[in-house]
Design a protein around this ligand. Structure first.
Ligand SMILES: *[C@@H]1O[C@H](CO)[C@@H](O)[C@H](O)[C@H]1NC(C)=O
Ligand SMILES: *[C@@H]1O[C@H](CO)[C@@H](O)[C@H](O)[C@H]1NC(C)=O
Ligand SMILES: *[C@@H]1O[C@H](CO)[C@@H](O)[C@H](O)[C@H]1NC(C)=O
Ligand SMILES: *[C@@H]1O[C@H](CO)[C@@H](O)[C@H](O)[C@H]1NC(C)=O
Ligand SMILES: *[C@@H]1O[C@H](CO)[C@@H](O)[C@H](O)[C@H]1NC(C)=O
Ligand SMILES: *[C@@H]1O[C@H](CO)[C@@H](O)[C@H](O)[C@H]1NC(C)=O
Length: 358
């Protein structure tokens, strides 16, 4: 804008003082040379290996040898996209040049191999609304990583959190500075439980936990989710264990409309219920009372059998005299029988011998 004005002035002036076309040409030529060679103002500069679009306020930095976050981010930047770089550590104040705050509202840092987020990494971005940290390889996230971004509304962390960082998550996300958080996406992180210690500190409307390793959500967590009436929780692609521990979750699923993808939740255990939609289970499948009754009845049966055995042994013991007599009687009866048989055998032997003789 300013450059155009300057050229326009030049044209006017030259018309008055040097009316020839030749002079006019030289005037324009000088203006162009002057513009190209003058030192560029910092807020017009585009960081090395980035593309700047001043109209939309977008700066896009794609893969390059650079492993650093550019230092000279223009002050007019409203969206900064850095992708495909090997940024292993996000240091404190990584986005503040010289302690000046940036008015940036959108920061996308997906696919940068980020492993460590240090305390106050996003300091100096007080207007930040959206932060995308998806598809990184986080091993460690400081408890104070998200300090200083009070207006953050959307945080994307899908496919980014490796096992060592899972334990850091509830600390890092538990900060008061995320109180405006509206949408939290944590898909594909092998999480086995709800990574938030409390829900009432945020203004959460959407929590995405699809494609994790959640087998069950306990009564306490279900109650807390239920109390956040606005909250919607997405949970498909988790390996639910459909046993009695899932009961309160099951009733929450059926009763509340807080899980928009409820129809897609499948059991993965026990083997007999694998692939069954959680919503289609019957109440008694998950009834802890039923399960307990079954266990109780087996124990009861065992006790009865043991008692019968003991009684039987006692009867034997008390009757040992009678049993002895009885055994003797049997033995005698046997002997008598044998004798009778023996006698008959001797009687019969003669005719048989006679037959043979004939
Ligand atoms: C990224 O940088 C680290 C050291 O800064 C290096 O060890 C690693 O090999 C790099 N990875 C890639 C994919 O360039
Ligand atoms: C940072 O500030 C110092 C002095 O305050 C100045 O000399 C330097 O050029 C500044 N650097 C940038 C990148 O603005
Ligand atoms: C992951 O994050 C991106 C933002 O980069 C979002 O658009 C996408 O829907 C998320 N993926 C899943 C599976 O939720
Ligand atoms: C689920 O997450 C894993 C990483 O944990 C990823 O490799 C896989 O592609 C994801 N699956 C789907 C269907 O998004
Ligand atoms: C979820 O349950 C765990 C373990 O019982 C607990 O530490 C955590 O605070 C609960 N989170 C919410 C939001 O209820
Ligand atoms: C939710 O489910 C439970 C199951 O025990 C039931 O007692 C309760 O009435 C249901 N609440 C609503 C609002 O449907």
């Amino acid at each position: 804008m300013r450059a155009k004005m300057w050229i326009f002035d030049c044209a006017n002036t030259s018309k008055r003082l040097f009316p020839t076309w030749r002079q006019l040409f030289w005037c324009y030529y000088a203006a162009v040379v002057c513009l190209l060679s003058s030192p560029v103002r910092t807020d017009d500069a585009c960081p090395f290996s980035c593309i700047c679009d001043r109209d939309s306020g977008t700066v896009t930095c794609r893969e390059g040898e650079d492993t650093e976050i550019p230092e000279d981010i223009p002050v007019w930047t409203s969206s900064l996209i850095i992708t495909g770089r090997n940024v292993s550590t996000l240091e404190r104040g990584a986005f503040t040049a010289n302690g000046t705050e940036l008015e940036m509202t959108m920061l996308s840092l997906s696919y940068n191999g980020i492993q460590v987020i240090e305390p106050y990494a996003f300091l100096g971005l007080p207007r930040l609304h959206l932060l995308d940290l998806s598809h990184n390889r986080l091993m460690s996230v400081s408890d104070r990583a998200f300090h200083g971004v009070p207006e953050l509304r959307s945080l994307y962390l899908n496919n980014s959190i490796l096992t060592p960082a899972v334990a850091d998550l509830s600390g890092a996300l538990g900060t008061q500075s995320l109180r405006s958080l509206h949408r939290l996406e944590l898909a594909g992180n092998r999480l086995s439980s709800l990574p938030l210690a409390r829900l009432d500190i945020y203004n959460l409307h959407v929590l995405v936990l699809v494609n994790n390793s959640i087998e069950s959500i306990g009564r306490e967590n279900v109650t807390n989710i239920y109390q956040q009436k606005r909250l919607r929780v997405y949970l498909s692609l988790n390996p639910f264990r459909c046993s009695c521990g899932l009961e309160s979750f099951y009733y929450w699923l059926k009763n509340s409309s807080q899980c928009p993808d409820a129809g897609h939740l499948l059991c993965s255990e026990p083997e007999a219920k694998k692939g069954t939609p959680v919503e289609q289970l019957q109440g008694e499948d998950l009834d802890c009372l039923n399960e307990n009754l079954e266990a109780v009845s087996y124990v009861f049966l065992g006790i009865v059998l043991a008692l019968i055995g003991v009684v039987f042994l006692m009867v034997l013991y008390l009757n040992r005299g009678g049993i002895k007599r009885w055994l003797n009687n049997i033995r005698e009866a046997c002997r008598d029988q044998m004798e009778v048989y023996h006698y008959r055998y001797e009687q019969d032997s003669d005719p048989r011998l006679a037959n043979v003789a004939v």
